[in-house]
Write a protein that binds this ligand. Structure first.
Ligand code: FAD
Length: 486
């Protein structure tokens, strides 16, 4: 904890912990409905898992960046804030790298696997997954077939596929979509996502439908604009350490401010919920939830060149490979800008391993990887940047929390369930596009509605005074007392 004086802020209707998309969307919704809010953010910036940086003279996205037309909440928010979108499509062939052999294939075609049967095998596996997903209620996946939460996606995959080619490509789809290995994730978690994303044919189809556009100025711009609208009500650089609640209200204690309120919205990922101290302690099922949804692992790497040189060879900048560190790449250049940007993802197990290497060694390996896919020009970028999200103290991974086997059946219902005056937001709590920016916005709106209905039911901050007018609730709220909100 920082030294120095903690400032006591005037009481508000609601405190929001975290100034990512979810927290800021919640704060904005609360304020629009007339509630007073204070947002308390650990980092010295807003945006959370969206972060836009300037490298080699261009803007690059270190975190979330793509949106699809079916993601109506994030699109509506962008429109409301005046942030425009642009298409990301780059025509050309994709590089395919398997067992040391480099080949290329046309958009819409099958990857040229060494084993010719692999394409149909992997397609059958995706279709089988889709059929199972059709039986999962997207909003209440814990009511689905119990056995699906009792196995990993890996065990399911081993039963569905035989060939090494199909298994490599299946793994690549999972890594690229979840930033984890199939062994890390509950089969039911994946089925719930397929169900909630509109029943697409497979994992890469979800990815394709969620990656059609980017934001002009970068995804972080959305949070910056929301924060500007909340000027004076966002405290940065102030990690929340403790949340106390009783029948008078909540007390939120952070490094810079402490503030009392009728309710609090905690918008941090579930894995980080458990790092805040609660008085009284959270019910076991809520704490258990935060123990069973570890973050994915991703290092996002950008190399900036004077021009997108790969396009001259008819390539679209996309590579799919069984050899890392970056097994997936894309052309992330901005239309109208001369510079070319290649973005590579180090994912899952690779991210955990490469995260421990010295930065210079990792950069060299990433550029050599780009050169293997696109030629030796890739070795000499004018700018390079990467973000290891596992090393970010207030994210500790990405893209999002991953449900481990056994998560959903016992803990799923607690994802959104308030605990007294504590309400939960964050993309992991969304029922649609969970794990995406769209899900973050959905969750913020839902949490704001929950707080407003609790406040209107009388769960506001109630200072209690004695006969001399002294505020009895200004001390530490009574340990063991429970809140009445929610
Ligand atoms: C590399 C990467 C690529 C991605 N790509 C995409 C993509 O292309 N499209 C897409 O839709 N999504 C993508 N995502 C996911 C997307 O970025 C997230 O789903 C979304 O930004 C989550 O928003 P959130 O508000 O729920 O959480 P966060 O953004 O994590 O916000 C939580 C906030 O709480 C703060 N916080 C944490 N602990 C404390 C504390 N104790 N006290 C106070 N504040 C605290 C954090 O600093 C953070 O600002 C990607 C993510 C990553 C990491």
């Amino acid at each position: 904890m920082k030294g120095g004086q903690v400032r006591e802020e005037p009481a508000v209707d609601a405190v929001v912990v975290g100034a990512g998309l979810a927290g800021l969307a919640a704060a904005r919704g609360l304020e629009a409905a007339g509630a007073s809010v204070l947002v308390v953010e650990a980092n010295g910036r807003v945006g959370g898992r969206t972060m836009t940086r300037r490298i080699g003279g261009v803007s690059v996205e270190m975190g979330g960046q793509w949106v699809g037309p079916g993601q109506r909440r994030i699109n509506a928010l962008a429109e409301d804030l005046g942030v425009e979108i642009f298409p990301t499509e780059v025509p050309g062939r994709t590089v395919f790298h398997e067992r040391g052999r480099r080949s290329e294939y046309e958009e819409g075609g099958d990857p040229p696997f060494a084993d010719p049967g692999a394409a149909s095998e992997v397609q059958e596996a995706f279709e089988a997954l889709s059929r199972l997903a059709a039986e999962v209620p997207a909003e209440t996946p814990w009511t689905a077939e119990k056995a699906w939460d009792g196995q990993t996606l890996e065990t399911w995959k081993l039963g569905q596929t035989r060939g090494a080619g199909a298994r490599f490509y299946f793994d690549l789809a999972v890594e690229s979509l979840y930033a984890c290995e199939p062994r890390d994730v509950s089969l039911l978690g994946v089925l719930a996502d397929v169900a909630s994303s509109g029943g697409f044919g497979g994992l890469f189809e979800i990815e394709a439908s969620a990656e059609e556009h980017r934001f002009v100025g970068g995804a972080q711009e959305l949070s910056e604009r929301m924060a500007r609208g909340l000027e004076g009500r966002v405290v940065l650089g102030s990690p929340v350490r403790r949340i106390l609640q009783n029948d008078a209200g909540v007390l939120v204690e952070s490094d810079v401010v402490s503030v009392r309120a009728g309710a609090v919205v905690v918008s941090v990922p579930p894995a980080l919920r458990g790092r805040i101290e609660y008085e009284p302690a959270l019910p076991a099922v809520h704490d258990g939830l935060s123990q069973r949804m570890p973050m994915g692992a991703v290092i996002k790497c950008h190399a900036v060149y004077d021009a997108p040189f790969w396009r001259a060879s008819g390539l679209n900048g996309r590579a799919e490979s069984d050899t890392g560190p970056c097994k997936i790449t894309c052309d992330n250049s901005t239309p109208g800008d001369d510079a070319g940007v290649l973005t590579g993802f180090i994912l899952g197990s690779d991210a955990r391993r490469w995260g421990q290497s010295p930065a210079a060694e990792r950069k060299r390996a990433v550029l050599e990887c780009f050169a293997r896919f696109f030629g030796r020009e890739a070795l000499h970028p004018r700018g390079y940047a990467e973000c290891d999200w596992g090393a970010e103290p207030y994210a500790r991974g990405g893209y999002a929390g991953v449900p481990a086997p056994g998560f959903f059946l016992d803990h799923g219902p607690a994802l959104q369930e308030p605990v007294g005056r504590i309400h939960w937001a964050g993309t992991e709590t969304a029922t649609r596009w969970n794990g995406y920016m769209d899900g973050a916005v959905e969750s913020g709106h839902r949490a704001a509605r929950g707080v407003l209905s609790a406040l209107s039911a009388g769960a506001g901050y109630h200072p209690r005074t004695d006969s001399d007018g002294r505020d009895l609730s200004r001390g530490r709220p009574r340990v063991g007392a429970t809140g009445t909100g929610g």
